[in-house]
Design a protein around this ligand. Structure first.
Ligand code: SF4
Ligand code: SF4
Length: 195
């Protein structure tokens, strides 16, 4: 019985397993390529939108260079990898005359409203080397001002470059969007296949 299993049944099972594997390989071998030949080809927008790259800030609709961030620190507190650093904006500098006028007003029992700093942060640093792309910061942001970027072509040659100033990046992106699109010979892969 053992000899039958060893010399007949087991080889049949092994061959069947091999055939199943070859069937799957053959199926994908005959399908069109889904990779692109960069830089001759680039990823089309539809596929790019599903890519989850590093975390980035979202700007205000009317002012794309300024984030919707309200410096609440929820993302910093909830990040399990401690890779975000947010510094709140300071209130504007006041003059001694202003301070004196407010003091006198308070002494008279008047309500004084001192100028406050902007809600958006003065600094927003992100260490991509530590980020696990867990999305906790994005899920916990009450202002919906964080997202994964679709920055698929971004490369860094050192760890230092992966410490990203997200405010500077937002400003750069806003400037790029307002500038005319650069001329490029690379085509989206889908367009090239259709041509
Ligand atoms: S995606 Fe996760 S690890 Fe990365 S910054 Fe956000 S909370 Fe931190
Ligand atoms: S990005 Fe969102 S969670 Fe983080 S400080 Fe700004 S508003 Fe708060």
């Amino acid at each position: 019985m053992n000899a039958l299993r060893k010399h007949v049944i087991q080889p049949i099972i092994d061959c069947w397993s091999l055939l199943v594997g070859l069937k799957i390989t053959g199926k994908y071998f005959c399908q069109p390529l889904i990779t692109v030949h960069y830089p001759r080809q680039v990823i089309d927008d539809e596929n790019l939108s599903t890519y989850g790259g590093h975390v980035e800030l979202i700007g205000m609709p009317k002012d794309p260079a300024t984030p919707k961030c309200i410096s609440c620190m929820m993302c910093v507190t909830n990040c399990p990898s401690n890779c975000l650093k947010v510094v709140k904006s300071k209130p504007p500098v006041t003059t001694p005359e202003q301070e004196q006028a407010w003091k006198e007003a308070e002494e008279r029992g008047e309500k004084v409203t001192r100028p406050k700093g902007p809600k958006y942060p003065a600094k927003f640093m992100y260490d991509y080397t530590l980020c696990s792309l867990c999305g906790t910061c994005i899920d916990n942001c009450p202002a919906n001002t964080l997202r994964f970027s679709n920055n698929i072509y971004w490369v860094a040659t050192s760890r230092k470059e992966m410490h990203i100033d997200l405010l500077a990046r937002l400003r750069e992106k806003a400037t790029d969007l307002s500038a005319p699109a650069p001329k490029t010979e690379a085509k989206p892969a889908a367009a090239e296949k259709e041509a």
